[in-house]
Design a protein around this ligand. Structure first.
Ligand SMILES: O=P(O)(O)OC[C@H]1O[C@H](OP(=O)(O)OP(=O)(O)O)[C@H](O)[C@@H]1O
Length: 213
């Protein structure tokens, strides 16, 4: 941030698209080609869908299903305690459809699961998502003890990682074993995403001027 003002970084759809294309190669090379993509809604939905196009290509033409989970740290959900919790507490608004996962795969256990979001800011949301998904794995082991030996492997993909001190950490097995995949490390500026714009032409001009095209 600059003193008294906020640095604004404008991002175009094209920029997100191209980063997803490059990231798909990194994901394949990491050995973490997912069975399931878990998109953190809302911001993770668009990169997850873009990524799926390129992962399909990297995955021999096989499409990878996307499940959406809704987590909100900064959004006003109209609750009475909004001012107290914004930026501090993650609110779960949607969760995995385990019936669909079990119907399609038989189990969540033994799967490679890629968690996708558009930005890692304080890392609070990603840490929460991973903790809650790990709890689902433990519950699945209780429900399906005959499959508890199957290793479920998580990895994380973000389009933009802000280079700043983080409030929460991801475990070493994510950070140190090639399972935290970042398309672009960025300074701690305000990221302006195209889907938040009410004037997409002006937004794209600004993104272009900053080279984010
Ligand atoms: O690293 P953190 O500090 O946790 O911040 C990152 C999160 O913040 C944004 O979500 P937001 O809560 O604004 O909801 P949205 O995706 O629906 O806009 C973004 O989409 C990430 O999920």
């Amino acid at each position: 941030m600059t003193e008294g003002t906020v640095d604004m970084t404008y991002i175009s759809y094209n920029h997100m698209h191209k980063l997803c294309q490059q990231a798909a190669v990194k994901i394949r090379e990491s050995g973490q080609m997912p069975d399931i993509i878990v998109a953190i809604s809302g911001g993770g939905l668009i990169p997850a869908r873009m990524l799926r196009t390129f992962l399909k290509k990297e995955n021999g033409g096989k499409n990878i299903p996307i499940q959406a989970i809704g987590l909100s740290l900064y959004e006003d959900l109209g609750t009475d305690d909004f001012k107290q919790v914004i930026g501090k507490q993650v609110v779960k608004t949607q969760w995995l459809d385990l019936d669909i996962i079990n119907e399609r795969f038989g189990t969540l256990l033994g799967k490679k699961i890629l968690i996708v979001d558009e930005v890692d800011d304080t890392r609070t949301t990603l840490a929460y998502a991973l903790e809650e998904l790990e709890k689902e794995v433990e519950l699945a082991k209780q429900r399906q003890p005959e499959k508890q030996h199957l290793d479920t492997e998580f990895s994380v993909f973000v389009l933009y990682n802000k280079l700043k001190p983080k409030k929460k950490q991801l475990p070493d097995y994510i950070m140190n074993e090639g399972r935290y995949i970042v398309a672009s490390d960025v300074n701690d500026s305000w990221l302006c995403f195209p889907y938040d714009s009410t004037d997409i032409d002006l937004h794209t001009q600004r993104a272009t001027a900053q080279g984010n095209i």
